[in-house]
Design a protein around this ligand. Structure first.
Ligand code: ADP
Ligand code: MG
Length: 891
């Protein structure tokens, strides 16, 4: 490969027109700087997260001084290279008269100090990593030219000898804020296409995982150690070196044949942007402003990769190092693939063979990706190695043409958002409780006060009335007495005198009458007065009652406000849940490299218990909020949100219910609280496919339990699921529906009814979507159904042909019996064996061509139990036996 590159680039040089201008060959992005570090394209400014900024790979060449042997052996010969550092040029002597000139981004002479090498080669990359971009520093060159000297020297004996790895970590540790930022690293060796963990040598074949969405590669199997100080970093490097030496002895190789890769992960919190929102909302204390703080904080996760490549010299293909030819090929594979990729990128080819080797897959982001990359090519002075030196220089020249698009590695920090929202939520709950208590106390106080006043007024009124009554009664009695006495006197006096006295006594009586009238008048006045007083008190009582009514009304308003608060809290919680689930899902898919096929963990538990339960147990993040939400908000409340007016709330609520339904412990409670009925209602009435998909997933989870299966059937679930399937556009909806029906298929008692309501037809209808996940669920349903039917037939509970055959499932079974996806194939193989076990189905099996599949299964199936089942079935069925004899098939 190298030879090809060399010959492609040599004509110019051979024709006496050596390349003088890197700007002509390396594109306009190159600006010449007279001194200082390699220019960092993009100026360290922020790249927008989707577009990126163009940045060329920077290449420096470093010449090793003559060693003792060269000084002795080559004493009479001139060096094969001559450096012109001030012009950034290197002259490669062809003979005494001719030489080719090459220009590099930096030319480092044999006198260059390690400090200067770090500053021009690695420091701009390290600074860029600290700003949030990925970065790569790599050394390429023949064995013995100083790659490890440049990158890996620890400088134990002489501080000035510290290499790039040590100096880079010093700069990183000096720049970060330990409270908010973290640094971690992995240290690996790549040899014969196997990735070995230098921090844990037992780990000797680590897989590369690629995120199908972003294309990012990661090594989830590698040890990652957090680094807090320089000393622990140096210890890790020493451990790595020791393991590397041990591994190389064991594998009978030298370190020059393997690549060493140091990966430093830098995670930094971005300060300033979102903290403002939070503090403002905290001051306002309004829950609505809390919605604003839902924006998660931002973190930058960048990576510095330092690669000490294997020696670039061609190794002897005859396997002189004790390796076979095959081994020799695989030793070379990664380095030659790197050369091919750089060639392709330099020539802007449409195809870059990144996938050809592990090294190129690992360095995908470094060449043609989003990282800022700096390469140092190391050469020796000896004319004896002119060939290797030339090819090293040509490699460097081609690498200078590679353009990267650096991108800021920024993302939202959902975890810390969750923590923050939790705190805000608790504050709100406490504030709400405090206010409620205050209002309750206030209402109680005012009520008691009013009651006391009314009682006091009534008492005073009563006493005054009694007193007045007694007074007038007494006065009345007194005046009657006087009148009686006067009357007596009048009776006793002689008649004669009567006339005389008549006039006088008439005057007396008149006076008395007048008196009497006046007394009555004042009594009436008094009584009016009292009546007025009574009226006044009554009015007062009415006012007090009105006040009580007013207070009650205030209490009602408070109560309704409290309800509103609670609802808002429930919504916030469900959103919080959703966010933490999204974050977790993202993390899981990054960790496991699973595709975007997952919708929520719910149905995965249906597919495989272990797969979904593992991540749930590992991360206590998402589980805690679900449990907490369940306790705090209450299931009834969550279910009521399914009917909310707000479409967003409905979506959140159904996702939360689906998540709860994924936990076996919650299923009974959900069904008891009417959750199953609500979910079926959503299938019937919701216009939104996301809601229908998630609801179907939840139903699929609930359908794992026999009691729930009866309920689903009783509420017309099969018809609703079939309707959902026929309206679905997203294969994941079909997968949920098929999963639910597949679970129902496994219930012995529901067979006839399931089929009667079109369950099997619905399953078979879904296969036209062709998505493997959907097919796997359909196959599982058919296998479940066939198994139950077979059991019923064996027990004598079923006679006649299989309902699956009646509904036309056989052609599809035959077509997919040898499907390349293992889950589909296994289920169908099982279904076929169950069908064939009963003589009533044998004729159809023969006529549909399924006999051949059975024979194949009995011979080739990798699962022994299925293979044996197929064999037993074939040998025990008279119809199949006679057909086989006719066709001369043996099994
Ligand atoms: P490589 O890793 O490329 O195989 P090494 O880094 O192991 O090469 O270097 C080979 C030898 O050359 C070592 O003894 C090293 O100390 C010495 N050496 C390499 N570069 C220099 C340099 N710039 N100055 C002094 N000695 C050097
Ligand atoms: Mg080395």
């Amino acid at each position: 490969m190298d030879r090809q590159q060399g010959s492609a680039a040599t004509p110019k040089a051979a024709a006496g027109k050596p390349r003088l201008s890197a700007s002509a060959s390396a594109g306009g992005a190159y600006r010449r700087t007279s001194s200082g570090p390699l220019p960092a394209a993009g100026g360290g400014g922020r790249a927008s997260s989707d577009s990126g900024v163009s940045s060329r790979v920077r290449v420096a060449v470093r010449l090793r001084p003559r060693n003792a042997e060269e000084q002795a052996a080559d004493a009479d010969f001139a060096d094969c290279v001559e450096l012109q550092p001030e012009l950034k040029r290197l002259k490669l002597r062809k003979n005494n008269w001719e030489s080719d000139t090459f220009e590099f981004d930096e030319v480092l002479t044999e006198f260059s100090s390690q400090k200067r090498v770090y500053e021009v080669v690695a420091k701009p990359v390290v600074e860029s990593v600290l700003e949030g971009y990925n970065g790569t520093v790599m050394a390429y060159g023949q064995t013995g030219t100083g790659k490890t000297f440049t990158l890996g020297r620890l400088g134990d004996e002489d501080t000035a000898a510290r290499g790039i790895m040590v100096r880079a970590m010093e700069d990183i540790l000096a720049d970060i804020t330990p409270e908010t930022d973290t640094i971690s690293l992995s240290y690996l060796q790549l040899y014969m296409e196997m990735i070995q963990d230098l921090l844990d040598p037992v780990n000797d074949n680590i897989a590369i995982v690629e995120d199908p969405r972003t294309g990012d590669v990661s090594l989830p199997g590698a040890t990652v150690v957090e680094v807090r100080d320089q000393k622990s970093f140096m210890d890790l490097l020493r451990i790595g070196e020791a393991h590397r030496a041990a591994a190389n002895t064991k594998m009978n190789t030298e370190s020059s044949r393997s690549h060493a890769i140091l990966m430093v992960n830098v995670r930094r919190a971005v300060k300033g942007r979102n903290e403002m929102d939070v503090s403002m909302s905290a001051e306002n204390g309004h829950s609505s402003s809390m919605m604003g703080s839902l924006r998660p904080p931002i973190v930058r996760k960048s990576k510095l990769v330092v690669v000490d490549l294997a020696g670039s010299e061609r190794i002897d293909k005859s396997g002189s190092e004790g390796h076979t030819l095959e081994e020799a090929k695989s030793i070379n594979l990664s380095l030659s693939s790197l050369g091919k990729c750089i060639n392709a990128l330099a020539e802007s080819s449409a195809h870059v063979p990144v996938r050809d080797s592990k090294l190129t897959r690992l360095l995908k982001d470094s060449f043609g990706g989003t990282a800022r990359t700096s390469l140092v090519v190391t050469i020796g002075p000896s004319p004896r190695h002119r060939g290797e030196t030339t090819s090293t220089i040509m490699f460097g020249q081609r690498a200078m043409k590679v353009q990267n698009m650096v991108k800021l590695k920024e993302e939202f920090d959902y975890k810390s958002l969750c923590r923050r929202l939790d705190i805000e939520l608790d504050k709100l709950i406490a504030e709400n409780e405090r206010q409620r208590k205050y209002f309750d106390d206030e209402v109680e106080r005012i009520t008691t006060e009013a009651q006391c006043r009314v009682v006091e007024a009534e008492r005073e009124c009563k006493i005054a009335l009694e007193n007045e009554k007694m007074k007038y009664h007494q006065e009345y009695l007194d005046s009657i007495k006087i009148l009686e006495e006067k009357w007596k006197v009048h009776q006793q006096s002689p008649k004669k005198e009567v006339k005389e006295t008549e006039s006088t006594s008439n005057g007396d009586v008149h006076e008395l009458l007048q008196n009497e009238k006046m007394l009555r008048q004042s009594a009436e006045d008094e009584s009016n007065d009292l009546r007025n007083q009574l009226l006044h008190w009554k009015k007062m009582e009415a006012t007090a009652t009105a006040e009580v009514v007013k207070l009650r009304r205030m209490l009602d308003t408070e109560a309704s406000q409290k309800d509103k608060f609670e609802e808002e809290i429930a919504v916030l919680k469900s959103q919080l849940m959703q966010l933490s689930m999204d974050a977790d899902e993202t993390r899981m898919s990054l960790d496991t490299g699973d595709g975007p096929g997952k919708i929520f963990p719910g149905l995965d538990s249906l597919m495989s218990h272990t797969r979904s339960s593992q991540p749930r147990e590992q991360s206590n993040g998402p589980k805690a909020p679900v449990a907490k939400l369940f306790e705090q908000v209450g299931l009834q409340k969550i279910l009521s949100l399914l009917e909310s007016e707000e479409p967003d709330v409905r979506v959140h609520a159904v996702k939360v219910v689906a998540n709860l339904a994924a936990e076996e412990a919650n299923q009974e409670k959900i069904v008891e609280a009417g959750g199953l009925t609500s979910l079926l209602m959503l299938l019937r009435s919701s216009e939104d496919e996301t809601i229908r998909r998630v609801a179907a997933g939840a139903i699929a989870n609930l359908a794992m339990n026999e009691t729930n299966q009866d309920l689903i059937m009783a509420q017309g679930g099969v018809t609703l699921l079939s309707m959902t399937a026929s309206d679905a556009e997203d294969p994941q909806t079909l997968r949920m529906v098929a999963g639910a029906i597949a679970n129902l298929c496994g219930n012995d008692k529901l067979q006839a009814r399931l089929r009667g309501e079109g369950g099997i037809k619905a399953l078979l209808g879904m296969v036209k979507c062709g998505h493997p996940d959907v097919l796997a669920q359909v196959a599982r349903g058919i296998a479940n159904f066939a198994k139950c039917e077979s059991r019923a037939a064996t027990q004598g509970n079923k006679v006649g042909r299989s309902l699956l055959v009646d509904d036309g499932a056989l052609p599809w079974i035959v077509k997919n019996a040898n499907n390349e996806a293992a889950p589909i194939r296994r289920h169908i193989e099982l279904a076929l064996c169950h069908l064939a076990q009963h003589e009533v189905n044998a004729k159809d099996i023969v006529s549909e061509g399924a006999l051949w599949e059975l024979v194949r299964i009995s011979r080739d199936c990798s699962r022994e139990d299925i293979r044996m089942l197929a064999y037993r079935t074939l040998t025990s069925s008279p119809t199949l036996q006679s057909e086989m004899r006719r066709l001369r098939i043996e099994c």
